[in-house]
Ligand binder design. Structure first.
Ligand code: NI
Length: 183
């Protein structure tokens, strides 16, 4: 399922999709992550759920500012990079337990899609917010973050990463809760 291209959602307002969304939100809550894609719960649909804490958006100059991004449901999401600039950061994935890796992503994107009411959502995103969208949308195209890593020596066990963070050993400098899963 995680290797397949997921199918478009015809209508995000049906009871069937509503049940899938409820299941995704419950799984996301249990995971401690910030995002989840439908194929991760074995539903081959272009559907993602995510939120972004205000600490991240305000630090990174994201348009969401101190408010962050509340829980958002997005069907048929589309991403457009706003520049060629990339940044690297750690990612983890609920579907690939216990591992973390350094992944380059576009720093600045615009994304759009339909919410659970069928209304259009369009937002600009910077930094972690943009990273979450890129990670989740990759799941809809059968991609995982490890396939995006140019250097697999920067793939590690999360226990190892936490250990190094505790020792303050560079270059693995980790602040606050940056170890939270991307999705
Ligand atoms: Ni993931």
């Amino acid at each position: 399922m995680l290797r397949m291209r997921a199918e478009e959602v015809d209508d995000p307002t049906t009871s069937e999709i509503r049940a899938i969304i409820a299941d995704m939100i419950e799984t996301l809550d249990d995971s401690g992550g910030v995002g989840l894609a439908a194929p991760q719960i074995y539903e081959p649909l272009r559907l993602i759920v995510f939120s972004v804490p205000g600490e991240r958006t305000s630090l990174e100059g994201d348009p969401a500012g101190e408010e962050g991004i509340p829980l958002t449901i997005l069907a048929n999401p589309v991403i457009e990079p706003l520049s060629g600039e990339l940044n690297e950061d750690w990612e983890g994935c609920l579907s690939i337990p216990h591992l973390r890796g350094i992944v380059p992503r576009f720093t600045s994107i615009r994304y759009s899609g339909l919410d659970q009411h069928g209304d259009v959502i369009e937002r600009d995103a910077i930094g972690f917010h943009a990273r979450v969208l890129q990670h989740e949308c990759d799941h809809l195209d059968g991609m995982n973050y490890i396939q995006r890593m140019p250097d697999v020596t920067k793939l590690t066990f999360e226990t190892e990463l936490k250990h190094l963070a505790d020792l303050h050993v560079g270059p693995l400098v980790i602040e606050g809760d940056e170890l939270s899963r991307t999705g």
